[in-house]
Design a protein around this ligand. Structure first.
Ligand code: COA
Length: 351
Protein backbone atom coordinates (compact mmCIF):
# COMPACT_ATOMS: atom_id res chain seq x y z
CA UNK A 1 0.00 0.00 0.00
CA UNK A 2 1.13 3.52 -0.66
CA UNK A 3 0.47 5.94 2.14
CA UNK A 4 -1.22 8.17 -0.46
CA UNK A 5 -4.14 5.70 -0.31
CA UNK A 6 -4.76 6.84 3.23
CA UNK A 7 -7.71 9.12 4.00
CA UNK A 8 -7.68 10.90 7.35
CA UNK A 9 -11.16 11.74 8.61
CA UNK A 10 -12.39 13.61 11.65
CA UNK A 11 -15.66 12.41 13.17
CA UNK A 12 -18.71 14.11 14.60
CA UNK A 13 -19.65 11.67 17.36
CA UNK A 14 -23.23 12.95 17.46
CA UNK A 15 -23.80 11.57 13.92
CA UNK A 16 -24.70 7.88 14.11
CA UNK A 17 -22.84 7.15 10.82
CA UNK A 18 -19.64 8.58 12.27
CA UNK A 19 -20.09 6.70 15.54
CA UNK A 20 -20.54 3.45 13.58
CA UNK A 21 -17.35 4.15 11.63
CA UNK A 22 -15.48 4.82 14.86
CA UNK A 23 -16.67 1.50 16.36
CA UNK A 24 -15.26 -0.40 13.36
CA UNK A 25 -11.95 1.45 13.45
CA UNK A 26 -11.61 1.05 17.21
CA UNK A 27 -12.18 -2.71 17.03
CA UNK A 28 -9.76 -3.10 14.10
CA UNK A 29 -7.00 -0.96 15.62
CA UNK A 30 -7.18 -0.35 19.40
CA UNK A 31 -8.86 -3.58 20.50
CA UNK A 32 -6.86 -5.76 18.09
CA UNK A 33 -3.68 -4.09 19.29
CA UNK A 34 -4.48 -4.70 22.98
CA UNK A 35 -5.39 -8.33 22.16
CA UNK A 36 -1.99 -8.87 20.55
CA UNK A 37 -0.40 -7.97 23.88
CA UNK A 38 -2.81 -9.52 26.36
CA UNK A 39 -5.20 -11.86 24.53
CA UNK A 40 -8.77 -11.98 25.76
CA UNK A 41 -7.90 -10.34 29.08
CA UNK A 42 -6.93 -7.15 27.17
CA UNK A 43 -9.44 -4.92 28.98
CA UNK A 44 -9.41 -2.16 26.34
CA UNK A 45 -12.16 0.41 26.74
CA UNK A 46 -15.05 -0.23 24.36
CA UNK A 47 -15.82 2.18 21.55
CA UNK A 48 -19.14 3.01 23.20
CA UNK A 49 -17.43 3.91 26.49
CA UNK A 50 -15.16 6.27 24.59
CA UNK A 51 -18.04 7.75 22.57
CA UNK A 52 -20.08 8.33 25.74
CA UNK A 53 -17.09 10.08 27.30
CA UNK A 54 -16.52 12.28 24.24
CA UNK A 55 -20.20 13.25 24.21
CA UNK A 56 -20.67 13.99 27.90
CA UNK A 57 -17.36 15.10 29.43
CA UNK A 58 -17.18 18.90 29.60
CA UNK A 59 -13.76 19.10 31.26
CA UNK A 60 -11.89 18.48 27.98
CA UNK A 61 -12.06 19.45 24.30
CA UNK A 62 -11.83 16.37 22.15
CA UNK A 63 -11.16 15.57 18.51
CA UNK A 64 -11.64 12.03 17.32
CA UNK A 65 -10.89 10.54 13.94
CA UNK A 66 -10.04 7.51 11.86
CA UNK A 67 -7.66 6.53 9.09
CA UNK A 68 -9.20 4.76 6.07
CA UNK A 69 -7.44 2.65 3.47
CA UNK A 70 -9.61 1.89 0.41
CA UNK A 71 -12.59 3.09 2.42
CA UNK A 72 -11.85 0.58 5.20
CA UNK A 73 -11.29 2.04 8.70
CA UNK A 74 -7.88 0.73 9.85
CA UNK A 75 -6.69 3.30 12.38
CA UNK A 76 -7.90 5.68 15.06
CA UNK A 77 -6.54 8.96 16.32
CA UNK A 78 -7.77 11.27 19.04
CA UNK A 79 -6.72 14.43 20.85
CA UNK A 80 -7.85 15.54 24.29
CA UNK A 81 -7.25 19.03 25.66
CA UNK A 82 -7.87 19.67 29.34
CA UNK A 83 -9.83 22.93 29.79
CA UNK A 84 -9.19 23.46 33.51
CA UNK A 85 -5.44 23.02 33.90
CA UNK A 86 -2.41 21.68 32.00
CA UNK A 87 -3.31 24.10 29.22
CA UNK A 88 -0.08 23.44 27.29
CA UNK A 89 -0.66 19.68 27.09
CA UNK A 90 -2.45 17.60 24.45
CA UNK A 91 -3.22 13.98 25.15
CA UNK A 92 -2.95 11.87 22.00
CA UNK A 93 -4.27 8.42 21.10
CA UNK A 94 -3.03 6.70 17.93
CA UNK A 95 -3.50 3.13 16.83
CA UNK A 96 -3.09 1.26 13.55
CA UNK A 97 -4.61 -2.17 12.78
CA UNK A 98 -1.87 -4.81 13.01
CA UNK A 99 -2.23 -5.88 9.36
CA UNK A 100 -1.72 -2.29 8.17
CA UNK A 101 1.45 -1.48 10.09
CA UNK A 102 4.90 -0.58 8.71
CA UNK A 103 3.30 1.16 5.72
CA UNK A 104 3.52 4.72 6.91
CA UNK A 105 -0.05 5.04 8.25
CA UNK A 106 1.07 5.80 11.81
CA UNK A 107 3.59 8.41 10.65
CA UNK A 108 0.95 10.23 8.55
CA UNK A 109 -1.63 10.21 11.34
CA UNK A 110 0.93 11.41 13.87
CA UNK A 111 1.95 14.31 11.60
CA UNK A 112 -1.74 15.21 11.19
CA UNK A 113 -2.38 15.12 14.94
CA UNK A 114 0.78 17.11 15.77
CA UNK A 115 -0.25 19.77 13.23
CA UNK A 116 -3.62 20.08 14.98
CA UNK A 117 -1.88 20.41 18.35
CA UNK A 118 0.32 23.20 16.95
CA UNK A 119 -2.78 24.97 15.59
CA UNK A 120 -4.39 24.75 19.01
CA UNK A 121 -1.45 26.67 20.50
CA UNK A 122 -0.39 23.80 22.78
CA UNK A 123 3.11 22.35 22.60
CA UNK A 124 3.41 19.23 24.79
CA UNK A 125 2.06 15.95 23.38
CA UNK A 126 1.57 12.95 25.69
CA UNK A 127 0.60 9.41 24.65
CA UNK A 128 -0.11 6.53 27.05
CA UNK A 129 0.55 3.11 25.60
CA UNK A 130 0.74 -0.49 26.83
CA UNK A 131 3.99 -2.43 26.34
CA UNK A 132 4.78 -6.13 26.78
CA UNK A 133 5.63 -7.22 30.32
CA UNK A 134 9.12 -8.34 29.35
CA UNK A 135 11.42 -5.32 28.84
CA UNK A 136 13.41 -7.09 26.13
CA UNK A 137 10.35 -8.12 24.11
CA UNK A 138 9.58 -6.62 20.70
CA UNK A 139 6.80 -4.10 20.90
CA UNK A 140 5.01 -2.05 18.28
CA UNK A 141 5.40 1.28 20.09
CA UNK A 142 8.92 2.00 21.35
CA UNK A 143 10.75 2.17 18.00
CA UNK A 144 7.96 4.27 16.48
CA UNK A 145 7.74 6.65 19.43
CA UNK A 146 11.50 7.20 19.76
CA UNK A 147 11.93 7.63 16.01
CA UNK A 148 9.36 10.43 16.16
CA UNK A 149 11.06 12.22 19.06
CA UNK A 150 8.99 10.92 22.00
CA UNK A 151 10.57 9.83 25.27
CA UNK A 152 9.22 7.63 28.04
CA UNK A 153 8.38 9.79 31.07
CA UNK A 154 6.50 7.59 33.53
CA UNK A 155 7.28 3.85 33.35
CA UNK A 156 4.27 2.08 34.85
CA UNK A 157 2.92 -1.41 35.37
CA UNK A 158 -0.43 -2.93 34.63
CA UNK A 159 -1.32 -5.53 37.26
CA UNK A 160 -4.31 -7.89 37.33
CA UNK A 161 -5.98 -9.73 40.18
CA UNK A 162 -7.64 -12.94 38.98
CA UNK A 163 -10.56 -14.32 40.97
CA UNK A 164 -11.25 -18.05 40.88
CA UNK A 165 -14.92 -18.72 39.92
CA UNK A 166 -14.71 -22.16 41.58
CA UNK A 167 -13.61 -20.72 44.89
CA UNK A 168 -15.72 -17.65 45.69
CA UNK A 169 -14.42 -17.60 49.29
CA UNK A 170 -10.77 -17.31 48.19
CA UNK A 171 -10.82 -13.52 48.01
CA UNK A 172 -12.16 -13.18 51.54
CA UNK A 173 -9.58 -15.65 52.83
CA UNK A 174 -6.81 -13.62 51.17
CA UNK A 175 -8.12 -10.27 52.39
CA UNK A 176 -9.09 -11.26 55.95
CA UNK A 177 -5.58 -11.08 57.49
CA UNK A 178 -4.82 -7.84 55.62
CA UNK A 179 -8.06 -6.26 56.82
CA UNK A 180 -7.40 -7.44 60.38
CA UNK A 181 -3.90 -5.98 60.35
CA UNK A 182 -5.06 -2.68 58.86
CA UNK A 183 -7.93 -2.55 61.38
CA UNK A 184 -5.49 -2.63 64.29
CA UNK A 185 -3.92 0.59 62.98
CA UNK A 186 -7.16 2.46 62.36
CA UNK A 187 -7.94 3.34 65.98
CA UNK A 188 -10.73 5.80 66.75
CA UNK A 189 -9.43 8.64 64.62
CA UNK A 190 -10.12 7.04 61.25
CA UNK A 191 -13.42 5.69 59.95
CA UNK A 192 -14.05 4.00 56.57
CA UNK A 193 -16.94 5.16 54.38
CA UNK A 194 -18.07 3.28 51.27
CA UNK A 195 -20.61 4.48 48.70
CA UNK A 196 -21.67 3.77 45.10
CA UNK A 197 -21.94 6.79 42.84
CA UNK A 198 -25.30 5.67 41.44
CA UNK A 199 -26.79 4.91 44.86
CA UNK A 200 -25.49 7.96 46.72
CA UNK A 201 -24.84 10.57 44.04
CA UNK A 202 -22.98 13.75 44.97
CA UNK A 203 -21.68 12.39 48.29
CA UNK A 204 -18.81 14.44 49.78
CA UNK A 205 -18.39 16.59 46.65
CA UNK A 206 -16.07 19.26 48.06
CA UNK A 207 -13.89 16.74 49.87
CA UNK A 208 -13.62 14.58 46.76
CA UNK A 209 -12.61 17.64 44.71
CA UNK A 210 -9.86 18.27 47.24
CA UNK A 211 -8.66 14.64 47.07
CA UNK A 212 -8.70 14.64 43.25
CA UNK A 213 -6.59 17.80 43.27
CA UNK A 214 -4.10 16.18 45.63
CA UNK A 215 -4.13 12.98 43.54
CA UNK A 216 -2.67 15.01 40.66
CA UNK A 217 0.29 16.20 42.76
CA UNK A 218 0.87 13.45 45.33
CA UNK A 219 0.96 10.42 43.02
CA UNK A 220 4.27 9.96 41.13
CA UNK A 221 4.42 11.82 37.79
CA UNK A 222 8.03 10.93 36.87
CA UNK A 223 9.34 13.17 34.07
CA UNK A 224 5.87 13.97 32.74
CA UNK A 225 4.85 17.57 32.23
CA UNK A 226 2.09 17.78 34.79
CA UNK A 227 0.62 20.54 36.90
CA UNK A 228 -1.99 20.38 39.64
CA UNK A 229 -5.46 19.64 38.31
CA UNK A 230 -8.28 22.00 39.18
CA UNK A 231 -11.24 20.23 40.68
CA UNK A 232 -14.40 21.62 42.22
CA UNK A 233 -17.71 20.11 43.27
CA UNK A 234 -19.26 20.68 39.81
CA UNK A 235 -16.46 18.81 38.10
CA UNK A 236 -16.88 15.83 40.45
CA UNK A 237 -20.62 15.86 39.84
CA UNK A 238 -20.07 16.00 36.07
CA UNK A 239 -17.69 13.03 36.29
CA UNK A 240 -20.43 11.02 37.98
CA UNK A 241 -22.67 11.87 34.99
CA UNK A 242 -20.05 10.69 32.50
CA UNK A 243 -19.53 7.39 34.37
CA UNK A 244 -23.30 6.82 34.32
CA UNK A 245 -23.44 7.56 30.57
CA UNK A 246 -20.64 5.02 30.08
CA UNK A 247 -22.63 2.37 31.96
CA UNK A 248 -20.05 2.19 34.74
CA UNK A 249 -20.97 1.55 38.35
CA UNK A 250 -18.33 3.15 40.56
CA UNK A 251 -17.64 2.48 44.22
CA UNK A 252 -15.54 4.71 46.46
CA UNK A 253 -14.11 3.87 49.86
CA UNK A 254 -12.74 6.88 51.70
CA UNK A 255 -11.27 7.51 55.14
CA UNK A 256 -12.90 10.08 57.37
CA UNK A 257 -10.43 11.64 59.79
CA UNK A 258 -12.83 11.98 62.71
CA UNK A 259 -11.09 14.82 64.63
CA UNK A 260 -10.97 17.15 61.58
CA UNK A 261 -14.11 15.92 59.78
CA UNK A 262 -12.06 15.73 56.53
CA UNK A 263 -11.61 12.89 54.05
CA UNK A 264 -7.92 11.99 54.00
CA UNK A 265 -7.78 8.95 51.72
CA UNK A 266 -9.84 7.39 48.95
CA UNK A 267 -9.85 4.61 46.40
CA UNK A 268 -12.26 3.74 43.62
CA UNK A 269 -13.26 0.80 41.45
CA UNK A 270 -15.22 1.12 38.20
CA UNK A 271 -17.32 -1.83 37.03
CA UNK A 272 -18.76 -1.82 33.49
CA UNK A 273 -22.26 -2.88 34.57
CA UNK A 274 -22.95 -4.62 31.22
CA UNK A 275 -19.67 -6.58 31.30
CA UNK A 276 -18.91 -6.84 34.99
CA UNK A 277 -16.45 -9.76 34.65
CA UNK A 278 -13.63 -7.24 34.24
CA UNK A 279 -13.46 -4.38 36.77
CA UNK A 280 -10.95 -1.55 37.07
CA UNK A 281 -9.16 -0.33 40.18
CA UNK A 282 -8.73 3.41 39.59
CA UNK A 283 -7.27 6.14 41.79
CA UNK A 284 -5.99 5.49 45.28
CA UNK A 285 -4.58 8.20 47.52
CA UNK A 286 -3.63 8.52 51.17
CA UNK A 287 -2.74 12.15 51.92
CA UNK A 288 0.94 12.45 52.88
CA UNK A 289 0.08 13.69 56.36
CA UNK A 290 -1.83 10.45 57.08
CA UNK A 291 0.50 7.81 55.67
CA UNK A 292 1.92 4.99 57.78
CA UNK A 293 -1.43 3.88 59.30
CA UNK A 294 -2.15 1.11 56.74
CA UNK A 295 -4.99 3.25 55.38
CA UNK A 296 -4.11 2.27 51.79
CA UNK A 297 -4.57 -1.42 52.54
CA UNK A 298 -7.72 -0.81 54.58
CA UNK A 299 -9.54 1.14 51.85
CA UNK A 300 -8.45 -1.03 48.94
CA UNK A 301 -9.53 -4.24 50.67
CA UNK A 302 -12.87 -2.77 51.79
CA UNK A 303 -13.58 -1.35 48.33
CA UNK A 304 -12.75 -4.61 46.59
CA UNK A 305 -15.10 -6.48 48.91
CA UNK A 306 -17.86 -3.97 48.16
CA UNK A 307 -17.34 -4.32 44.39
CA UNK A 308 -17.41 -8.12 44.47
CA UNK A 309 -20.39 -8.21 46.81
CA UNK A 310 -22.50 -6.18 44.38
CA UNK A 311 -21.03 -7.80 41.24
CA UNK A 312 -20.18 -11.42 42.11
CA UNK A 313 -19.48 -12.03 38.42
CA UNK A 314 -16.20 -10.04 38.63
CA UNK A 315 -13.34 -12.35 37.59
CA UNK A 316 -10.53 -9.88 37.05
CA UNK A 317 -9.54 -6.48 38.41
CA UNK A 318 -7.00 -4.40 36.52
CA UNK A 319 -4.92 -1.57 37.92
CA UNK A 320 -2.08 0.70 36.79
CA UNK A 321 0.74 2.09 38.95
CA UNK A 322 3.96 3.97 38.40
CA UNK A 323 6.75 1.37 38.50
CA UNK A 324 8.47 3.62 41.06
CA UNK A 325 5.49 3.53 43.44
CA UNK A 326 6.82 0.82 45.78
CA UNK A 327 4.32 1.38 48.64
CA UNK A 328 1.29 1.03 46.32
CA UNK A 329 2.75 -1.98 44.55
CA UNK A 330 3.40 -3.67 47.90
CA UNK A 331 -0.28 -3.28 48.81
CA UNK A 332 -1.34 -4.61 45.41
CA UNK A 333 0.95 -7.65 45.59
CA UNK A 334 -0.29 -8.45 49.11
CA UNK A 335 -3.85 -8.41 47.74
CA UNK A 336 -2.90 -10.82 44.92
CA UNK A 337 -2.34 -8.44 41.97
CA UNK A 338 0.38 -9.57 39.54
CA UNK A 339 2.07 -7.47 36.80
CA UNK A 340 0.93 -8.50 33.30
CA UNK A 341 2.20 -5.63 31.14
CA UNK A 342 4.10 -2.36 31.21
CA UNK A 343 2.82 1.01 30.21
CA UNK A 344 4.36 4.43 29.88
CA UNK A 345 3.57 8.00 28.98
CA UNK A 346 5.47 9.02 25.84
CA UNK A 347 6.03 12.76 25.69
CA UNK A 348 7.32 15.25 23.12
CA UNK A 349 7.60 19.01 23.12
CA UNK A 350 6.79 20.31 19.65
CA UNK A 351 9.43 22.60 18.18
C1 COA B 1 2.97 2.57 16.73
C2 COA B 1 1.99 2.44 15.56
C3 COA B 1 0.95 3.56 15.61
C4 COA B 1 2.85 2.57 14.28
O1 COA B 1 1.97 2.56 13.15
P1 COA B 1 2.57 2.22 11.71
O2 COA B 1 1.51 2.56 10.70
O3 COA B 1 3.12 0.84 11.68
O4 COA B 1 3.78 3.26 11.62
P2 COA B 1 4.73 3.56 10.38
O5 COA B 1 4.54 2.55 9.29
O6 COA B 1 4.53 4.99 10.00
O7 COA B 1 6.19 3.36 11.04
C5 COA B 1 7.14 4.38 11.02
C6 COA B 1 8.46 3.90 11.61
O8 COA B 1 8.34 3.57 12.98
C7 COA B 1 9.23 2.47 13.29
N1 COA B 1 8.44 1.28 13.65
C8 COA B 1 7.09 1.16 13.68
N2 COA B 1 6.75 -0.07 14.12
C9 COA B 1 7.88 -0.73 14.39
C10 COA B 1 8.16 -2.04 14.87
N3 COA B 1 7.18 -2.91 15.18
N4 COA B 1 9.45 -2.39 15.03
C11 COA B 1 10.45 -1.54 14.73
N5 COA B 1 10.24 -0.28 14.22
C12 COA B 1 8.97 0.11 14.08
C13 COA B 1 10.01 2.18 12.02
O9 COA B 1 11.15 3.01 12.04
C14 COA B 1 9.02 2.64 10.97
O10 COA B 1 9.63 2.97 9.75
P3 COA B 1 10.00 1.77 8.70
O11 COA B 1 8.80 0.90 8.57
O12 COA B 1 10.34 2.52 7.45
O13 COA B 1 11.17 1.06 9.30
C15 COA B 1 1.31 1.04 15.55
O14 COA B 1 2.28 0.02 15.66
C16 COA B 1 0.31 0.85 16.66
O15 COA B 1 -0.87 1.12 16.48
N6 COA B 1 0.80 0.40 17.87
C17 COA B 1 -0.06 0.31 19.07
C18 COA B 1 -0.48 1.71 19.56
C19 COA B 1 0.68 2.69 19.67
O16 COA B 1 1.78 2.32 20.03
N7 COA B 1 0.43 3.99 19.36
C20 COA B 1 1.47 5.02 19.25
C21 COA B 1 1.93 5.51 20.55
S1 COA B 1 3.26 6.68 20.36
Amino acid sequence: MLTSDLTIAELDVDREEDAALYRRAHDAADVASAKLLLGERHGARTADEILAWVRTDAAHDKRLGVGLVDGEPVATWGLTYSLHDNLDVADLGLSVAPAHRRQGVGTRLLAHAEALVRESGRSVVQVWELLPADEGAQDPTTAFATRHGYRSTLPSLRSDLELDPDDPEALDRALAPLVAEAGEHLGDDYRLLTWWWDREPHAWLEERAHLNRRMSTDAPTGDMTSEEQRWDADRVRAWEGTAAAQGRAVVDTAVLHVPSGRLVAFTQIGVPSGAAEHAYQWNTLVLREHRGHRLGMAIKAANLRAAVERFPQVRRITTYNAASNAPMLRVNVAMGFRPVARETCWEKTLG
